[in-house]
Every structure is written in structure tokens, then in C-alpha cells.
Design a protein around this ligand. Structure first.
Ligand SMILES: [Zn+2]
Ligand SMILES: [Zn+2]
Length: 358
């Protein structure tokens, strides 16, 4: 089958023929219908996450079970959304209601299958979903209703779970609270959508790219602000001089975490949703930490249990209560995935989704 493969750190990803093993006990072969391209895929290419190569990219997708291995309970034909952090249900975190921090979470790269030349192949986060097929443990596939728009169902598995979960589970935004969202990629736009669903107001969307304005307003923002020196002033002007109750940092850089910190009122909360680099240091004064009385925390995979929340979000999508249209900038065939990755790297659009013919 064909997959989007990156051969080494910084190499240009290309579509290659690869071979996957047949599903073993407890495993499924899933035929992919649609797979989103996420910023974390860029982090796999540039080596930020230090994966092994050659590596099949992709960790956000929907598909249909094509073949069920021994001991599985999902029949062929079942539509599923893939979960890149399947919970073991047995470690300390799983037993204490934190399945998103499961000690058995997959590594950035997992050995699975081989290249056409017979070299061992790796897959991203145990999935490798930018491919015609994946072979995954059953608990990495969450069943969903049939008939969902594939390009919207695909983004449930990373951008939407992360963004919605950050608002609902991590920050617990209440009606009437003010929100700022810094960084308007797929996750940032999902945060805006969730903030609107939570009844937040105002919802201030912040990005360096002016072209994100219309996307932000469509996704749920009440205002769009350019990220520049005047940002703190602009935010205070819209919050009676205080700053927002909640700031969400969706970039993963110390400079934007600092901007989120400054945008937040005394006693407010900063939620870091973006994943940054290990050498990018954040500096806050001891006095500032004490005096501001702010909370700074991260949200890993939206502090969510995908087995519970993916079906909920899929049901909302099926019922028309959740519109993920503004998150999806367009669909492309697998052959155009390398170009879509480049557009993402340039900050163009929100989510580009690779779709596969039925
Ligand atoms: Zn992702
Ligand atoms: Zn666990």
C-alpha cells in the first residue's frame, strides 16, 4: 500500500509503497478514508520529537475496519476514528482518571512493517495514518456512526479532541468568561469553536497572520487581534483593563506562552496546548508568579478520554450540533500531501486533510 514516508531528519516526505504485517491478536487493519495533517507531523519531519526513520507520518484519521485480528470485537466494515494515545486502563494514571497521561502511551515512532526494499519501517505514534491502511491495536480505534463527513471526522482524533478538551476538561471555561486564543492552526480554531460552545465572551483570537481573521471569526471568535507589541494593551482594552480569564497558547513557543501569561488577568489561567521544544526556555520572575496569582498548566491531548469523548463529538457532528467546516481548509489526494505539509509550514490555512477514494 502507499504511505507518506519521511526518510530522515529534515528530508522531504514522499509517497512510497510500503508493506504492513497482517493484523495479529487484538489488532485491526483499518482502511483510511481521511487523514489530517497536523503540526506534529512537521515536528516528526524536522526531528523535534526525535523519531526513528524511515517513518510513516500521520496520527489523525478516520477509516473503516478492513480486517479484524483474532480476539477483536470490532467487525469488518465498522467506521472508526483513530486515537494516538490509547489508554491501557491499568497503569497508575489510568486507574486515577488520567488516561491521557497513560504510562503506555506510544512513542513518537513505533516499528511496524517494512519499506518496499525490505528495510524496517516506523509509524507515527503507533498509527502512521497518512497512508492507505494502518494496522493498530483495537484500543487505538474508536467506533463512530457511519455517514460522518470523512474530512471532519478525521480531525476529531487530534485537533478537535485537543482543542475541545483544553476548554472543557483542562480549563473548564464557564459561560461569560473571557478567552484569548494565541495561534490559529487546527487546534487553535478548535479551541475557538469549543469556547463559543461553552458560552465564553469575549473570545479573542490572536495570530501573526492577518489571513487567519476570517477563519477565526467563522470558528467562533468575537474579535481577531494581530500578535504584536500592542497585544497586551488591545486585550486589556477588551476586558475592562484586567486581561482575560483564560488564555490558550496553541503554538508551543516560550514567546507565545509569555504573551498568553501577559494577556491573562490576575488570578486567571494560562493553558498551554502547543507542544514546544526542549531547549526553548520560559522565564518568569518569582515576584510576577506570586503577585499575578495566575495558574500556568498544560493540556495533554485535551485531558480527555477519547473512548468517551470521540463518540460524544461524533454524535454532535452527526446531529449537526458541531460544525468543523471552518477547521478544514481543503482536501487533497495523498500525492499532494507533501505540498500540503509545506503550506502548513508556511502557516497557510487551518487543517489540510488527505482523502482516499472509497
Ligand atoms: Zn496532531
Ligand atoms: Zn495506562
Amino acid at each position: 500500500m502507499r504511505a507518506l514516508v519521511v526518510r530522515g531528519r529534515g528530508a522531504t516526505p514522499a509517497v512510497e509503497e510500503v508493506r504492513l504485517p497482517a493484523p495479529g491478536p487484538g489488532e485491526l487493519r483499518v482502511r483510511i478514508r481521511a487523514a489530517g495533517i497536523c503540526h506534529s507531523d512537521l515536528a516528526m519531519v524536522d526531528g523535534t520529537l526525535a523519531p526513528a526513520y524511515p517513518l510513516v507520518l500521520g496520527h489523525e484519521a478516520t477509516g473503516v475496519v478492513a480486517e479484524a485480528g483474532p480476539g477483536t470485537t470490532l467487525a469488518a466494515g465498522t467506521p472508526v476514528v483513530l486515537n494516538w494515545a490509547p489508554a491501557c486502563r491499568d497503569c497508575w494514571h489510568c486507574r486515577h482518571g488520567e488516561p491521557w497521561l497513560c504510562a503506555a502511551n506510544p512513542n513518537p515512532s513505533t516499528p511496524r512493517g517494512e519499506t518496499a526494499a525490505g528495510k524496517p519501517l516506523q509509524v507515527t505514534l503507533g498509527l502512521g495514518a497518512l497512508a492507505e491502511e494502518v494496522v493498530v491495536p483495537q484500543h487505538a480505534a474508536v467506533p463512530v456512526p457511519a455517514g460522518l463527513p470523512p474530512e471532519q471526522a478525521a480531525v476529531l482524533g487530534c485537533a478537535v479532541l485537543t482543542g475541545v478538551g483544553a476548554v472543557r476538561n483542562t480549563a473548564r471555561v464557564a459561560p461569560g468568561e473571557s478567552v484569548a486564543v494565541i495561534g490559529l492552526g487546527g487546534v487553535g480554531l478548535a479551541v475557538l469553536t469549543a469556547a463559543r460552545r461553552a458560552g465564553a465572551a469575549p473570545i479573542l483570537a490572536v495570530d501573526v497572520v492577518e489571513a487567519k481573521r476570517d477563519l477565526a471569526l467563522a470558528a467562533g471568535a468575537t474579535d481577531f487581534l494581530r500578535s504584536d507589541d500592542r497585544l497586551g494593551k488591545e486585550i486589556r482594552a477588551r476586558t475592562d483593563g484586567r486581561g482575560v480569564d483564560h488564555a490558550f497558547e496553541c503554538v508551543g513557543r516560550s514567546v507565545t506562552i509569555r504573551a498568553a501569561w501577559r494577556a491573562t488577568r490576575r488570578g486567571g489561567a494560562v493553558t498551554v496546548v502547543g507542544m514546544g521544544g526542549k531547549d526553548d526556555m520560559l522565564s518568569l520572575s518569582a515576584l510576577d508568579i506570586f503577585h499575578s496569582a495566575r495558574t500556568l498548566r498544560s493540556s495533554v491531548y485535551g485531558s480527555t478520554d477519547p473512548d468517551r469523548e470521540v463518540p460524544e463529538l461524533a454524535a454532535a457532528l452527526a446531529a449537526g450540533d458541531l460544525d468543523l467546516g471552518p477547521l478544514v481548509s481543503g482536501t487533497v489526494p495523498l500525492t499532494e500531501a507533501p505540498a500540503a505539509l509545506e503550506r502548513l509550514a508556511r502557516g497557510e490555512g487551518a487543517r489540510w486533510v488527505v482523502t482516499f477514494p472509497d
